[in-house]
Write a protein that binds this ligand. Sequence first.
Ligand SMILES: [Zn+2]
Length: 169
Amino acid sequence: MTIRTLLLTPWMTPHRVISYERAIVLSFLGKVEVVAEYDELIRSPSLTIRAPAVVRQRRARHAGKTRVTFSRLNVFTRDGFTCQYCRVTFERRELNIDHVMPRSRGGATTWDNVVTSCYPCNQKKAGRTPEEAEMKLLKRPVRPTSLPARARLDADQSELPALWKAFWF
Ligand SMILES: [Zn+2]
């Protein structure tokens, strides 16, 4: 099985899901403190420790240091897998990305010009702007500074380990 660790912000809110190996490294570096441990033992030639289930960052990372990679999946994640025109939440395979200013009219494929769209809305809007198509955007697209761990996990449709539940809200 894959052991995953929930990384919390210094304020105890979910930040992201990391591998337990990464969590152990961060713990040794003093960057995180272990909040909860699994029963599973991790054995290496030199030591045996319990796998960290939940760790907490000791300090906030400097703003601007993290850059969310631009990808279709990350656009869907930013938008909560919700079509930004009809406001319905879909499965990943039912979603497309829509250029707010159409590509045919010079619109760029960038965080601030693409939104999550279902295929029917995408087809209906076609080569028009939201104003021309009279299709109101749920929100103006912007580059995210981080992606919500919850959305990422929902996308995986994974089950939450029991030890995470106290921190997952
Ligand atoms: Zn739609």
